[in-house]
Design a protein around this ligand. Structure first.
Ligand code: ARG
Length: 438
């Protein structure tokens, strides 16, 4: 049983995202594998939930296993070249059937709404159509791809109109040519182009695997596009299931899509965990870093106060008023993680005396153990060096050892520069530490 408190915490933590996702356009791609999952209805209900929260939703489904199955029944080979299906006349027939069936099944589940909940009868509307114009891939390496095509144009305006009318847009991996031909397309490519054409806030790939660093096996939680590019450069032998979504992420990010999420859909509720928690569960690719260290601005004061309040109460940090932080805000360095201040410190520089004082170093309890304190101290050290300071002081009641491990040495009151002597509060009886700046 979930305790009342953990429910309340969970709801409060997700509310900033409920708020920020509203009226945003999300394009979600999932493979035909998802349709075969006995729990596919859970996923469809999660789509309905997103819609009910005001998200403009475009779904792009795949049909690979469904096409293979039909070909197999006909005793026809599934032919691929460079990981792309060669679509014969017979295969095209299978593509049309698979796409039609898949669409009907998805529409049926969406029509069911959130059965057995107060949202039953919510009445979702689903729109499909000829939004994708395609052209043949043609002959590559002497191989004729037949009815396999690539996206030529997306009718973004028509999709937007449907979204404005409050419909969920459902798109199959099929495109049409102006002369009425039908092409078999890659669902991932369609989703990418749709997201670009709509300038979607998010492009989400629900995948059949997680994304991990090959060396450590650790999950990749987030990457900037630049990091994703260098990751691909350093790992030329990644399987296509990993490299293709990453390439699509880079491409769409460059074209203005805000965030690209790669989510292993095999965890029940993975989509909700990714979208409504700060840390998510998948891999986020975005132009700007998800977590960043930077100088503070006046907008950060609320976050800084929130962060240091518990530490002040425990006596670990000296009390500071809002006004004091406001006047000294230029001294502060913060770590921001998707809008939340999870770390701060201040470097008070005394330029004439060529020394500085480190103060107010704090890391959010949920984010300790990730070397964030180190990063802030190093940031402050570099800043001090730039200001040509020669010594860094710190006064600490409970964390002296942490600073000593990082090159600080104990000293005493008599060795403090005069301006710091005046500030020294004998009641706190802090340890005094100093480090030379080289
Ligand atoms: N829930 C937030 C969002 O939808 C943050 C997700 C962060 N995910 C991650 N893998 N780092 O944008």
């Amino acid at each position: 049983m979930v305790s009342n408190q953990s429910f309340v915490n969970w709801f409060r933590d997700s509310s900033p995202y409920i708020h920020s996702h509203r009226n945003k356009t999300f394009v979600i791609n999932f493979g035909g594998e998802a349709l075969l999952d006995p729990d596919f209805d859970h996923l469809v209900h999660d789509f309905a939930l997103l819609k009910s929260l005001g998200i403009r939703l475009v779904l792009v489904h795949g049909i690979r296993p469904q096409i293979d199955e039909r070909l197999q029944k006909l005793d026809a080979p599934a032919l691929f070249h460079k990981n792309l299906r060669i679509t014969s006349d017979l295969a095209l027939q299978c593509v049309k059937e698979a796409a039609g069936t898949a669409r009907v099944e998805i529409e049926a589940l969406l029509s069911l709404g959130l059965a057995n909940t107060p949202m039953a009868g919510y009445g979702l509307r689903v729109a499909s159509g000829n939004f994708v114009t395609a052209k043949p891939i043609g002959v590559i390496d002497g191989v004729d791809y037949g009815h396999t095509g690539e996206v030529r144009r997306i009718d973004g305006a028509a999709i937007s109109r449907q979204l404005d009318q409050d419909a969920i847009v459902l798109i199959s991996p099929i495109g049409y040519s102006p002369s009425g031909e039908v092409f078999n397309l890659s669902a991932e490519q369609v989703a990418t182009q749709v997201a670009i054409s709509l300038k979607a806030e998010k492009l989400i790939f629900l995948t059949e695997q997680g994304f991990n660093y090959p060396e450590s096996g650790e999950p990749i939680q987030q990457m900037t596009t630049a990091e994703a590019r260098s990751f691909l450069d350093h790992h030329p032998d990644l399987p296509n299931t990993v490299s293709l979504p990453l390439k699509a992420a880079i491409q769409s990010s460059n074209a203005g899509v805000g965030r690209i999420h790669l989510i292993d859909r095999r965890t029940d509720g993975a989509l909700l965990l990714e979208l409504f928690t700060r840390n998510g569960i998948g891999t986020l690719v975005s132009e700007a870093p998800f977590e960043d260290i930077r100088s503070a601005t006046l907008d950060d004061i609320g976050g800084i106060l929130e962060l240091i309040k518990p530490l002040e109460l425990q006596g670990i940090l000296a009390k500071r008023t809002r006004e004091k932080i406001e006047t000294e805000i230029a001294d502060y360095i913060v770590i921001e993680r998707d809008g939340l201040i999870i770390g701060c410190t201040a470097l008070h520089a005394h330029r004439h005396g060529h020394f500085g004082a480190i103060a107010c170093l704090a890391v959010h309890p949920g984010y300790r153990g990730g070397a964030r304190g180190n990063r802030m101290l190093e940031h402050a050290y570099r800043k001090a060096k730039k200001l040509a300071l020669k010594k860094l002081y710190v006064l600490s009641t409970q964390t002296a050892h942490w600073f000593i491990e990082r090159g600080f040495q104990p000293t005493d009151f008599n060795h403090l520069p005069e301006p710091l002597k005046i500030l020294y509060n004998p009641e706190r009886n802090s340890k005094i530490l100093v480090r030379d700046i080289e």
